[in-house]
Design a protein around this ligand. Structure first.
Ligand code: FEO
Ligand code: CA
Ligand code: CA
Ligand code: CA
Length: 629
């Protein structure tokens, strides 16, 4: 079925006007754009787009979304539809080894190393058998207000050590209980914590470059730790990909210093994000170790099946504030990874491996992510239309102006300063690319553009077709399809799957009413985590404004929704507790258990001694059925 759609779609787009590639980013007439956009927003721009037209053949009388949508919530709990249940699987500080200390604010770093990390985010379920599995989970950050009794008012070396132990990744074995549900096995042989000081290796084209050398590592290849591990990916050869996002917040300096432009672009400055690691650990002091920050901001590949394996930072995938890594094996066997850079006005990337995936010899795939080509996306649209063509621009030294005259001396520098390289080649600035997800039932790829208050306000972030709203407070989800279904193609076609909005506050008045698949019953803002299940349902998680007032009235706490990629239908599936974002999702292979992350709840959710805790929830159906069906 998906192949038929694919062919139809390609035919449709082949007949698109030939002047379609006209770029509107620079010369866009704002008023004309708004007129055009207003004319479509209140009617049916979802259905009007070429991608939607090509696909809009839903099976009659049968929705892909088989559950009863739930209302918004401002309760301090997780709510799921009738017939479903949500239970805690594991929370921050829960033991992952039999001799672990119980959770307490007085725990040491060594205690924390034997416990589940803080602020769980992206995660992957890796089955070992019908009864056993491994869950790899990112621990993005830690909150001093909850971590320390004094809320971090005073800091010591041992407190910083403990904070460093609270972040990174947790790998934990699961097993089915006699009831048939998945539970943590604290005795699991594979259980492991990876922290901000675990030994790892820099690999690929940038490894060993002068920009990666430090006093402690004159080779530029050995690095300690990973932190701000946002979302994730997984490979068909059984490894886990953890993505380093806002690494800059962990660096600072005692003396206020002038930071080179190449580092300022990544947000590096003398003031850190409040973690103050540089006061007790010199490698985080940018004055003393100006290159240490270049060793973070990568995608890290971890072998969860070998608890002694050394994680590898794959420099071929570029350095930026990585959200997740959506990987697919293209029809020609090449590995393609789509990558978002979550910052206002940053970019969307694609990696294509040099070598092909070998299904029969798993060991041959181990280093596929070390060699290949990195690209960055340029979106075009005709006039102000919210669909069009796109192009992947190659980020290879010597091409597209990536030359010494423009500040790039070799491929290592192109990768380490990928943001500058993207600007050099003329990539489109985006409204904060968060997660990317590939529909297993088609060749379509979706990306959340969570919000961007600078759109239409700051230079370089002019309104364009792919980012069509000035001061985009609600966010949207863009999607594209590679030409001829070939993910290695330089060309793609795109449209917008949903524009979040508030049709109650802005009834048909402007773009803030959202696309026509948004209504008073499914409103949300700031889409972030996304993923597909086996049947091709699109699951959408939010990390937005939960004030439930003003522009955000009627939206409640952060939530998870489910969308039909063909019809555009979207229904609310889950609501989170107060203060949290909902982030991280993975399914058991039978799709009868869904794992969902509740990150940084602020009141009493999962609390011990009054300390709320980030938690991985497991969602099942009371009748044991498939989630969402
Ligand atoms: Fe860690 Fe972009 O969210
Ligand atoms: Ca987060
Ligand atoms: Ca996120
Ligand atoms: Ca976010």
């Amino acid at each position: 079925m998906s192949h038929v759609e694919q062919d139809d779609y390609s035919n449709h787009l082949d007949s698109a006007p030939s002047d379609f590639s006209q770029i509107v980013e620079k010369g866009l007439n704002r008023r004309r754009f708004l007129q055009a956009a207003t004319a479509t927003s209140s009617v049916a721009f979802f259905a009007a787009s070429p991608l939607a037209n090509a696909m809009a053949r839903p099976p009659k009388n049968q929705s892909l979304l088989g559950f009863d949508a739930i209302a918004t919530s401002t309760q301090d709990t997780v709510v799921v539809p009738a017939g479903y249940k949500a239970e805690s699987l594991i929370a921050w500080g829960d033991p992952i080894h039999p001799n672990a200390a119980p959770f307490s604010q007085l725990n040491t770093a060594l205690d924390q190393e034997l416990q589940f990390g803080d602020n769980n985010d992206g995660m992957t379920f890796l089955p070992l058998s019908r009864q056993r599995a491994v869950l790899a989970v990112n621990n993005e950050s830690t909150n001093y207000a909850d971590l320390f009794e004094d809320k971090g008012a005073t800091l010591t070396a041992s407190k910083v050590h403990r904070a460093q132990a609270a972040v990174g990744v947790t790998i934990v074995e699961l097993q089915r209980s006699h009831r048939g549900d998945w539970q943590v096995n604290v005795n699991g042989r594979l259980n492991r914590r990876i922290t901000a000081y675990t030994e790892m290796e820099l690999t690929g084209p940038a490894a060993g470059d002068g920009n990666l050398k430090t006093h402690a590592d004159p080779t530029g290849t050995q690095v300690f730790g990973t932190f701000n591990n946002c979302a994730n990916g997984a490979t068909p050869w059984g490894t886990y990909l953890t993505c380093e996002e806002n690494f800059n917040g962990f660096f600072g300096s005692h003396n206020k210093i002038e930071v080179p432009e190449k580092d300022a672009r990544y947000g590096i400055n003398s003031g850190d994000g409040g973690f103050r690691w540089h006061q007790f650990d010199e490698r985080f002091d940018i004055e003393k170790e100006p290159n240490e920050n270049h060793r973070h901001g990568w995608v890290v590949e971890i072998d969860p099946m070998n608890p002694h394996s050394k994680p590898k930072k794959r420099t071929a995938l570029g350095r930026f504030k990585h959200e997740n890594a959506a990987l697919t094996i293209n029809k020609n066997g090449k590995v393609v990874v789509y990558l978002g850079d979550d910052e206002r006005g940053e970019h969307l990337y694609k990696f294509v491996s040099k070598n092909k995936y070998n299904q029969h010899k798993p060991e041959k795939n181990r280093d596929l992510l070390d060699e290949g080509t990195l690209y960055v996306a340029k979106f075009s649209a005709q006039d102000a239309e919210m669909h069009g063509k796109g192009e992947w621009l190659e980020l290879t030294f010597g091409k597209n102006g990536l030359t010494p005259e423009n500040g790039f001396n070799n491929q290592a520098e192109v990768l380490i300063f990928a943001r500058q390289a993207a600007t050099q080649v003329g990539a489109t600035t985006m409204d904060r690319p968060e997660w990317v997800a590939i529909n297993p039932k088609s060749d379509q790829v979706f990306c959340t553009l969570t919000n961007n208050k600078y759109r239409g306000v700051r230079e370089g972030q002019e309104v364009n077709g792919a980012n069509p709203r000035e001061n985009n407070i609600y966010g949207h989800i863009i999607r594209w399809e590679p030409k001829n279904g070939n993910h290695t193609s330089d060309d793609f076609f795109w449209d917008i799957y949903v524009m979040a909005g508030n049709p109650e506050q802005y009834p048909n008045t402007d773009l803030r009413s959202g696309s026509n698949n948004i209504n008073k019953d499914n409103m949300f803002n700031s889409p972030d985590g996304i993923g597909f299940d086996n049947a091709g349902r699109l699951w959408i998680q939010t990390d937005g404004d939960y004030s439930n007032s003003g522009n955000f009235a009627g939206m409640g706490n952060n939530q998870m929704l489910c969308g039909d990629p063909q019809t555009g239908e979207i229904k609310r599936f889950l609501t989170g507790p107060i203060g949290c974002e909902i982030t991280g999702l993975t399914f058991s292979p039978d799709n009868r258990t869904l794992f969902v992350g509740v990150q940084h709840p602020s009141q009493s959710f999962s609390a011990i001694n009054g300390i709320p805790r980030s938690t991985v929830m497991k969602i099942t159906r009371e009748d044991g059925g498939i989630i969402g069906a």
